[in-house]
Design a protein around this ligand. Structure first.
Ligand code: COA
Length: 177
């Protein structure tokens, strides 16, 4: 399949449990996105065992809802909806959108947009009235996409991330639902 292939089918699914195949595909896609410079936290892909533990951990956290994007049946991206913990009652109206990525081979098919649209629906179903997210300013495609989808940039942290010894600024966004 080639980038931009109009016949490719993109689906987004909420993950109830991670089987072996799904876990492997998720680790592989995320590793490729990280290697490509994706800015969702990791700087280098972790070792397979550590990465598998991370995703299994996500499934165990009650505040995390994991959605995956599939291109022709293979996981190529994901996003997490993170609910505030129970003691944060004053922030109970807003969720966090985290770990949004699409592997390079799955890009250009609308997966990133679909993941965000579906996580927005999921947030509404949870009763949230706002979604927050942040991103490095250097992630131009993501910045563009978030702004197109109605996320408002309310601030920029000049020292948002430290990448290879250099600080990188980051934008903070909020979208009202
Ligand atoms: C940003 C990213 C998520 C886009 O993934 P994608 O699945 O290719 O995006 P889509 O196909 O859904 O395209 C969504 C929009 O972004 C635009 N877009 C995608 N990649 C782009 C690029 N490199 N430059 C400019 N615009 C781009 C598309 O044209 C599309 O616009 P449209 O819907 O108005 O036509 C993906 O490139 C990525 O994972 N990047 C690295 C990680 C990252 O930045 N994550 C988010 C922050 S943590």
């Amino acid at each position: 399949m080639t980038k931009g292939d109009v016949t490719a089918e993109v689906k987004v699914e909420k993950v109830a449990s991670l089987g072996r195949r799904a876990l492997r595909e998720l680790c592989d896609s995320a590793s490729e996105a990280i290697q490509d410079g994706a800015g969702f936290g990791w700087l280098r892909p972790p070792l397979a065992q550590k990465f598998e533990r991370y995703w299994r951990g996500v499934m165990l956290v009650p505040e995390c809802t994991l959605l995956v994007g599939k291109l022709d049946g293979v996981i190529g991206g994901s996003v997490q909806l993170v609910s505030p913990p129970p003691q944060k009652e004053a922030w109970a109206f807003a969720c966090l959108i985290d770990t949004h990525f699409v592997a390079p081979w799955a890009r250009g098919h609308g997966m990133a947009r679909k993941l965000l649209e579906q996580v927005g629906s999921e947030a509404c179903e949870h009763g949230f009235t706002a979604m927050n997210l942040s991103v490095r300013v250097t992630q131009k495609a993501a910045v563009n996409l978030y702004e197109t989808l109605g996320f408002n940039c309310w601030g920029t942290h000049p020292k948002y991330a430290l990448v290879d010894g250099k600080t990188v600024a980051g934008h903070y966004y909020c979208k009202e639902l």
